[in-house]
Ligand binder design. Structure first.
Ligand code: E4P
Length: 221
C-alpha cells in the first residue's frame, strides 16, 4: 500500500520524505488555508519535494469552471506529478470525464458511498478518496465502504486506485491495508504514530544499557 501525507505543510512533507517511505501528498482547501500561503506556490514546492502524485483541489462547482480551473492549476504549477482533485458532485462527473480524456490524473474527493466511487471510476478518475473518519464520526463504519469499493473495482477490473482518506489513527491505516486500499493518506501525527511502539523503546534502552556494561576492549570489533 502506498503512503501519502495529508497536509500542505512543507516542513512535515520534507521530514516524512526523508524517512524514505513517502509516495505522495494530498491537500485540500482547508489544509492549504491553514498554512496561510499562496496555493500554487505551496503545490509547486510540494511537487519539487515529492516525486509521487500531489493532489491539488479545485474550488469551483460547475463542470466548465472545474475544467478551466484544473487546466489552469496544471499549467501554472508546471509539474508532471500534479493530480487534480474534483469533488464527487453531479457537475464533477463531467469535469472528470473531460479532464481524464485529456490525460489529466483525477482524484475524486468527498466519496462517502461505493456507488459514488463506481461512477467516478466510470468517468475516468485515476483515484477515488473514500473519507473513512468522517463516516465513523456519524456512526457508519467508514472502512466498510473501502471493502465494498475494492470488491466492485476488482469485479470489473477498474484501474482506478482506492485512496483511503480522512484517516484518524494507526488502526485505520492497518485496516485500509487489510481491505486492499491502494493508498492511504495520513496526517503527519498518524504517520509518526505508526513508527512508535513502547516495547521497541524499552527494548532498545535495555540493549544499550547492557552494551554499556561490556568492558571497553570487548566492544571493539
Ligand atoms: C483527503 O484527501 C482529505 O484531504 C482528507 O483526508 C480529509 O480528512 P479529514 O476528515 O480529517 O478532514
Amino acid at each position: 500500500m502506498k503512503i501519502f501525507l495529508d497536509t500542505a505543510n512543507v516542513k512535515e512533507i520534507r521530514e516524512a520524505a526523508g524517512w524514505g517511505i513517502l509516495d505522495g501528498v494530498t491537500t485540500n482547501p482547508s489544509l492549504v488555508a491553514k498554512e496561510g500561503r499562496d496555493f500554487l506556490e505551496v503545490v509547486r514546492e510540494i511537487c519539487a519535494i515529492v516525486p509521487g502524485p500531489v493532489s491539488a483541489e479545485v474550488v469551483s462547482t460547475t463542470a466548465d469552471e472545474m475544467i478551466k480551473e484544473g487546466r489552469d492549476i496544471l499549467r501554472r504549477v508546471g509539474a508532471p506529478n500534479v493530480v487534480i482533485k474534483i469533488p464527487m458532485i453531479r457537475e464533477g462527473l463531467r469535469a472528470i470525464k473531460t479532464l481524464s480524456s485529456e490525460g489529466v490524473k483525477i482524484n475524486t474527493t468527498l466519496i462517502f458511498s461505493p456507488s459514488q466511487a463506481l461512477l467516478a471510476a466510470k468517468a475516468g478518475a485515476a483515484m477515488v478518496s473514500p473519507f473513512v473518519g468522517r463516516l465513523d464520526d456519524i456512526s457508519q463504519v467508514g472502512m466498510e465502504i473501502v471493502r465494498d469499493i475494492r470488491t466492485i473495482f476488482d469485479n470489473y477490473d477498474f484501474k482506478c486506485e482506492i485512496l483511503a482518506a480522512s484517516i484518524r489513527h494507526p488502526v485505520h491505516v492497518v485496516e485500509a491495508a487489510r481491505m486492499g486500499a491502494d493508498i492511504a493518506t495520513l496526517p503527519f501525527a498518524v504517520l509518526e504514530a505508526l513508527i512508535k511502539h513502547p516495547l521497541t523503546d524499552i527494548g532498545l534502552q535495555k540493549f544499550l544499557k547492557d552494551w554499556e556494561k561490556m568492558p571497553q576492549q570487548a566492544r571493539k570489533a
